[in-house]
Design a protein around this ligand. Structure first.
Ligand code: NAD
Ligand code: UGA
Length: 459
């Protein structure tokens, strides 16, 4: 079959794989190639065991793989044949040199740009899909323009807003698509080519066109605003525990104001995931590099409150368990950074488990999808950790259970059975407020919800 256009995506990760699968599904006349330097990842994308767990993803991949969607490690040919290149490589926080711990590490980006120059033989549109510091497109253009082959590259920004665990739904029904370009004739024409992809399934009025810099910065700001809501409610959860106010009632009452809205107001053990912290730190770094100290300090507090919330959770466990958890068994239910994903990047569970181990507790971990990643995260420090595939086994003979991820299945567990298998007094720390606390109390547990009065049998 002759395809209308060749689209390439460099980077077959959490964003590249699902995004291109949905584009392939909705645009059968385009040929989509997804390439990666990680050969093993490509092998997995071509198997029945995809490297990313997302509800609905396998079904989409099965419909298009081998028809108009192809996964390969042949980056050279991929670039050569492409009309449009989406770049979706990772942009982690820099761990060395200037800006370490704050700025984006753009080495993967720059390498990609040089490969594009090396293998290109004609003009192309380059789409920034990764989340990048504002004005990255300028640096990218400078590199791309340095080519001696007289090839023209037009850079477009098209940040991705999907959330893990609901990626397919988010891609099929996004709130908006953002496309930034230079406001030149060439820029607008190239942006239109990207708009043409999305209008295959997304209403035109949901597609926003802006200048390049607004698009790049909007992505960082959107993540910062989302995280800000979580840190705001988490900070109030600490106050609730001191005053007998109830954080769930507060979230509900505050969220009922239509100007505020109900979403992203669930207090918890802190936000995790690969992006919130990195993107906020990046925003902070950029603000500081322009001399905007107050702006930088303001946004940095969101990350600081998140760290405080994780610390607070461990502190409460130790304090309530009579100031020592040494040689006590703590069962951790949930290691993923959120439900419906096996991803544990920046999961609060990593910090919390490490701290419990430092207090010399024995830890057993149950998670329906994230055990393999938990093993990687705790490698070298897990001699007192047991990884369980059965929650009842994880809880057996434990002194306490800590809920760290809001998996639906935890609500359906037989807590009577769990209680009878635990040491007494039995504690439960619900770091996500998903369980029925009154019922647990009736069963005999000492219950510590987050941001609410504890229900205990102690006099
Ligand atoms: P990821 O680590 O899962 O995937 C990135 C992939 O790029 C890896 O497989 C890596 O091997 C590959 N890669 C790196 N350098 C390469 C090169 N030179 N050539 C070919 N492949 C290369 O990352 P991700 O979670 O998909 O995130 C990618 C970007 O999207 C980041 O900027 C992130 O901030 C952004 N983002 C992520 C999410 C999310 O939910 N994970 C959502 C929105 C935006
Ligand atoms: C987030 C954004 O929601 C996406 O729009 C964005 O594209 C993505 O980051 C990104 O740029 O990587 P994601 O990290 O996948 O998506 O998941 P979220 O649903 O945002 O959850 C992030 C963290 O916040 C999780 O640890 C979650 O448990 C926590 N959270 C979320 C709360 O503690 N309370 C809430 O009310 C909501």
């Amino acid at each position: 079959m002759k395809f209308k256009k060749n689209i390439l995506c460099i980077g077959a990760g959490y964003v590249g794989g699902p995004t291109m699968s949905v584009i392939a599904l909705k645009c059968p006349e385009y040929k989509i190639n997804v390439v990666d330097i990680n050969k093993n990842r490509i092998k997995e994308w071509n198997s029945d065991n995809l490297p990313v767990f997302e509800p609905g993803l396998m079904e989409v991949v099965k419909k298009v793989r081998g028809k108009n969607l192809f996964f390969s490690d042949d980056i050279k040919n991929g670039i050569k044949k492409a009309d449009i290149i989406f770049v979706s490589v990772n942009t982690p926080t820099k761990t060395f040199g200037e800006g370490a711990g704050m700025a984006s590490d753009l080495q993967y980006w720059e390498k990609t740009a040089h490969e594009i120059i090396k293998y290109s033989e004609r003009n192309k549109i380059i789409v920034e899909k990764s989340t990048l510091p504002v004005r990255t497109a300028q640096a990218l253009e400078r590199i791309l323009k340095s080519n001696r082959k007289k090839i023209k590259f037009e850079v477009i920004s098209n940040p991705e807003f999907l959330s893990e665990g609901s990626a397919i739904k988010d891609l099929l029904e996004p709130d908006r698509i953002l496309i930034g370009s230079h406001q030149t004739e060439e820029g607008i024409k190239s942006a239109q080519e990207i708009i043409d992809i999305y209008t295959h399934w997304i209403p035109r009025e949901k597609i926003i066109s802006t200048n390049l810099w607004s698009s790049e910065l909007s992505k960082l700001v959107a993540n910062a605003f989302l995280a800000q809501r979580i840190s705001s409610i988490n900070s109030i959860s600490a106050l609730c525990e001191k005053t007998d106010a109830d954080i769930t009632e507060i979230s509900y009452a505050v969220g009922k104001d239509s100007r505020i809205g109900p979403k992203f107001l669930n207090a918890g053990v802190g936000f995790g995931g690969s992006c919130f912290k990195k993107d906020i730190l990046n925003l902070v770094y950029i603000a500081r590099s322009y001399g905007l100290e107050e702006v930088a300090d303001y946004w940095e507090m969101i990350v600081k409150i998140n760290q405080y919330q994780e610390r607070r959770f461990v502190h409460r466990i130790v304090k309530e368990m009579f100031n020592t958890i040494s040689e006590k068994k703590i069962a951790i239910f949930g290691f993923a950074f959120k439900a419906n994903t096996g991803d544990t990047r920046e999961s609060p569970a990593i910090y919390i488990t490490k701290k419990l181990l430092e207090e010399r507790a024995f830890v057993s971990i149950y998670d329906p999808k994230a055990i393999d990643n938990a093993k990687i995260d705790l490698k070298g420090i897990d001699s007192n950790v047991k990884y369980e595939i059965d929650p009842y086994k994880a809880a057996k003979n434990s002194n306490a259970i800590a809920i760290l991820t809001e998996w639906e299945e935890f609500k359906k567990l037989n807590f009577k059975r769990i209680y009878s298998s635990m040491k007494k007094p039995a504690f439960i720390f619900d770091g996500r407020n998903i369980l029925n606390h009154k019922n647990l109390y009736k069963i005999g547990f000492n219950v510590y919800p987050l941001g609410k009065t504890a229900l205990t049998h102690f006099k």
